[in-house]
Design a protein around this ligand. Sequence first.
Ligand code: NAP
Length: 314
Amino acid sequence: MPETRELLIVGSGPAGLTAAIYAARANLNPLVVEGLGAGGQLMLTTDVENFPGFPDGILGPELMAKFREQAERFGAEFVTADVDRVDLVRPPFRAWVGEREIIAESVVISTGATARLLGLASERRLLGHGVSTCATCDGFFFREMPIAVIGGGDSALEEALFLTKFAASVTVVHRREELRASKIMQERAFANPKISFRWNSAVEEMLGDTKVEALRLRDTVTDDLFDLTVSGIFVAIGHTPNTSLFMNQLDLDENGYIRTGPSSTSTSVQGVFAAGDVQDHVFRQAITAAGTGCMAAIEAERWLEDQRHAAFPA
Ligand code: NAP
């Protein structure tokens, strides 16, 4: 038998869990399908130093555990699985999780985004054998070894700085000669004696049979090839929104992010709201994700209220 909910939340990063806290406190009895990657990208981070309220910083997984605990305290329920399929054409909405069918009067989508890869065959082959997208998860395996980080944004420098705790050396490989990362991260990276930079360098190939042995780079100015000896390669070149479930059901932008707003988390389908990185390619911060999660829960509550008034006018 399908179960019916006033609010279904899909995804459990800062956006989904904040929506769960607000919705649970509004007595909407939310069900959170938290996904197999529960907690989202902060589960793959180390120190979070910019989340207000934690002057000494907090570990990403610890912060997410606190969010979840707070949502549970007010009665949010959790399913630790991925949603397989949804029907969001019109309310009531439907979602399938394995054998379980959920009928929901409103939905908050907070499925986040996933780390991008370069798309090389050698990268795919060596993923998990020296190639990684998560320094927190895999940095430990590269004690006293030379490592490369690909990318020039905050993620790349954050990974590089974290990896200096383990690695013998960290080379940041960037395709331009100017970083995209914030000034404070640049200053920290430039000041770290274990970090060096290879500018104007595109990755041609990742070398090694069963494990990473080197990175073949092409100088984008001279076209020269150069092999950099490394044991680990961390790819940190941005993210792709997790929206494949919603294709042809919701309006997405040219990069696949859910279109929302203006000044709202409403999507192209009334009663369906989107919060966090799945709809935000600009800020992508835990605090902004939490903010839009709060907005989504309040907007869902108001929308449900309006439906009740429409069905039973005073
Ligand atoms: P990003 O800012 O989009 O940076 C991606 C980097 O990867 C860019 O330098 C880009 O090069 C490079 N890149 C993209 N595709 C590439 C390819 N195919 N080959 C080689 N290089 C490629 O992504 P991000 O670093 O993940 O950061 C995303 C957002 O999260 C940002 O707003 C950032 O501020 C935020 N963030 C903040 C923190 C923090 O405050 N501690 C930590 C992590 C992330 P180009 O520069 O040439 O485009």
